[in-house]
Design a protein around this ligand. Structure first.
Ligand code: FRU
Length: 720
């Protein structure tokens, strides 16, 4: 017979195993939010109320890829520890299994004045007066895959996207859809044909006029519509904004919010934060912002924050505009090899590829000649670096230059590079679009040196071509957009309602539509970024949106596991001992000043054979922070070309040679988030290293780095 104590022991053992194995699967983030299982995308309905941060999110209750979109729900009191709650709004189907309504992205507000009339009596006070609930209201896009007539008589077209509301009188736990839904059925008449691309309402209370304001996106038009309302049910169109800046692909998940500039309560500005997909800074998904003003009806961008792609900065010198379409590269002083030899710039409108746009004038350099199969190089004449920036227009497939494979049989680059002293010091590939966009390189570190450009196309695969135009030298960068994050994995950024005026906390989806449904995690797929505090800061005379992880994250830090000051960090690699499991989840802070070396940083998740490593560093010559995930681990989950996953990501950060530069690096099992000390150069990147990639190493390239201070804290799990 089994004794009672044995039974209790066995049950307890089972329980402890259960608890112990919670959130310990391979790659499971320990201080980032992930659903227990299934697919997640955008954060939705971020609202702080009654001491709780609500996080709703795009969720598929039925699988690990996108579909059956519903609103998942979790709450936290500190933005660090999360409690999973039941699904808030669940995808609806008819009895034949046709999906009638998916709950797409949106926002949430607390209707403290009961403008909606959704409040219900919840009791009486001591004097016998009725006490009412405070409704929480979600404003979301009803995405209707199937044509049907709703029970309220509204006729729905197939694929229609409309704005709807639902309310909760129990602090977000259970939800009732408003019987008059949708509250905005269609876009305004002039955009009537966009009824399937009208989505992602962000709503907030605008106190000066006592109105609710909604910003929603006409995704394909790159237009934000701004509406106002007294009751969240009847909405009046006030204005529209866009297209501006990055505008390839679709505009999604907009938000609009105020912040004080430099913390000064007398200078407030407004920020539009916006997802773009495809057309992000690397490939596919990206996030941009625009600073301006808002008067209750209209958003007006600061003129210095919108970039006319057809204007070249005053005082810039054109190195090559490729307008001589009747000349060969040789005649222009360039040198072309392989399939490009004897050829020259082409008339962009005659290049037989899908709709090239964004070039200036008529001619472009293109490697699409008789299809993607053309290969070879096109090299410029040598020139002397005399100005701080080189800017150019570029488009094409994403096949980045990878120093480890360049020149080997595995080389697949289609790239435009700058060569100085025999080394490629900057390189840019296409972003998987045919739309030429501006990119720029900081070359201050090579002033007076000889340089040349080389276009290298060794690839015959799909999209294996590049278009380059309008190479200019100037004192200021020619930007395409204000990128909010310079990595590939920060999308659909949403901010909290319900915090006071100068407090904005943002959470982004830490994934990318380019490969997001294939990442090698199970039984969940996708994580949220660490919640980040936003601020507006004047940097080099421009108001910039900056970000740092929320301070409450420090509650998970272990005491320092490693700290050291090197008055001079020697050239090469210096191993650091960070014990497991914290070598895979830590806050790594490094500060340094330029010495004789050209780059400094840290190699994370490296294995003994150096076949795996994630490199985070600063390039003193190129003046940028970088994250390199070419060798970060599993790259095999993408089985198509161009593979949008591997790469080296760069965030420009101009500094002076005496500056002390700080990098705060947050490493979790499958991600790295890097913030410079001001929070302007931020890179978010997923990584999928093997468990035995356990080493941590500092490095200094080409010489020493001065005054290097390192401090490492482990980050405890938020899920145990
Ligand atoms: C952005 C997005 C939104 C949409 C949601 C659907 O990632 O495409 O525009 O509302 O995802 O899940």
């Amino acid at each position: 017979m089994v004794s009672l104590t044995t039974c209790v022991f066995v049950v307890l053992l089972g329980f402890s195993r259960l608890v112990h194995s919670y959130y310990t699967e391979e790659y499971r983030p320990q201080f980032h939010f992930t659903p227990e299982q299934n697919w997640m995308n955008d954060p939705n309905g971020l609202v702080y109320y009654n001491g709780q941060y609500h996080l709703f999110y795009q969720y598929n209750p039925n699988g690990t890829t996108w579909g059956f979109m519903s609103w998942g729900h979790a709450v936290s009191t500190d933005l660090v520890h999360w409690k999973h709650l039941p699904i808030a709004l669940e995808c609806e189907s008819d009895s034949n299994g046709n999906v009638l309504q998916m709950f797409f992205s949106g926002s949430a507000v607390v209707d403290v004045n009961n403008t909606t009339g959704f409040a219900v009596p919840v009791g009486k006070d001591r004097r016998g007066h009725v006490i009412y609930s405070t409704p929480m209201v979600a404003i979301y896009t009803s995405n209707y895959p199937t044509a049907h007539t709703q029970s309220n008589g509204v006729v729905i077209r197939e694929g229609q996207q409309s704005q709807s509301i639902a309310f909760s009188n129990d602090d977000g736990l259970t939800w009732t859809q408003y019987e008059g839904n949708p509250v905005i059925e269609s876009p305004p008449a002039q955009y009537a044909d966009q009824y399937q691309q009208f989505r992602d309402p962000f709503v907030f209370w605008y106190a000066p006029t006592s109105k609710w304001i909604m910003v929603a996106s006409l995704a394909m038009e790159h237009i934000l519509l701004i509406y106002s309302s007294d009751n969240l049910k009847n909405w009046t169109l006030q204005s529209q904004f866009g297209p501006e800046n990055a505008r390839f692909g679709q505009w999604e998940c907009p938000s609009l919010f105020p912040l004080y500039v430099d913390g000064n309560t007398k200078t407030q500005k407004w920020v539009v934060l916006l997802g773009i997909n495809p057309g992000g800074i690397i490939t596919a998904s990206g996030t941009q912002y625009i600073v301006g003003s808002f008067n209750g009806t209209t958003f007006v961008p600061d003129p210095s924050d919108v970039y006319d792609p057809t204007q070249i900065p005053a005082g810039s010198a054109v190195f090559q505009d490729f307008e001589s379409i009747s000349s060969s590269f040789e005649e222009l002083g360039w040198n072309a090899t392989g399939d490009f030899s004897g050829l020259g710039p082409q008339n962009a409108s005659t290049v037989q590829v899908w709709n090239i746009m964004g070039y200036l004038g008529t001619g472009v350099l293109t490697t699409y000649l008789f299809g993607d199969i053309a290969t070879g190089t096109i090299t410029s004449p040598t020139f002397t670096i005399t100005k701080q920036y080189i800017s150019f227009l570029i488009a094409g497939g994403y096949y980045p230059y990878n120093p480890a494979t360049a020149g080997t049989p595995n080389d697949n680059q289609v790239s435009f590079s700058l060569v100085i002293g025999g080394q490629i010091v900057h390189s840019q590939t296409g972003t998987d679009t045919e739309d030429l966009v501006w990119r720029n390189w900081n070359v201050a570190g090579w002033m007076g040196q000889q340089a040349y450009f080389v276009v290298t196309d060794v690839n015959t695969g799909p999209f294996a071509h590049l278009h380059v135009d309008e190479i200019i030298f100037s004192d200021s960068p020619k930007d395409e957009a204000n990128w909010f994050d310079f990595g590939p994995d920060l999308y659909a950024a949403a901010t909290y309602n319900g915090l006071d005026n100068n407090h904005r906390t943002v959470i982004g989806w830490m994934n990318n539509w380019g490969y997001g449904q294939n990442i090698p995690t199970s039984p969940w797929r996708s994580a949220m970024s660490v919640p980040r505090t936003l601020a507006l800061k004047t940097i080099n005379n421009k108001v910039r949106l900056v970000q740092q992880p929320v301070s409450s994250l420090s509650s998970l830090y272990t005491s320092p596991l490693y700290s050291h000051q090197f008055s001079s960090l020697r050239a090469g690699e210096t191993a650091i001992n960070v014990p497991a499991p914290y070598n895979a989840r830590m806050k790594f802070t490094v500060q340094f000043t330029r010495g004789s070396g050209t780059q400094v940083g840290v190699i994370l998740r490296s294995n003994t054979t150096d076949t795996q490593e994630t490199v985070v560093g600063y390039d003193f010559l190129g003046q940028n922070v970088f994250v390199d995930r070419f060798k970060s681990g599993d790259n095999s989950f993408v089985d198509w070309q161009p593979n949008p996953y591997p790469g080296r990501f760069i965030a420009t950060l101009p500094t002076k040679s005496t500056d002390c530069i700080t990098l705060n690096i947050f490493l979790d099992w499958s991600s790295v988030e890097v913030f410079d000390g001001q929070g302007q150069a931020v890179i978010t990147s997923q990584i999928f290293p093997l468990d035995d990639s356990a080493q941590v190493k500092l490095f200094s390239v080409g010489g020493t780095t001065k005054s290097v201070t390192v401090s490492v804290n482990g980050i405890k799990s938020a899920w145990t």
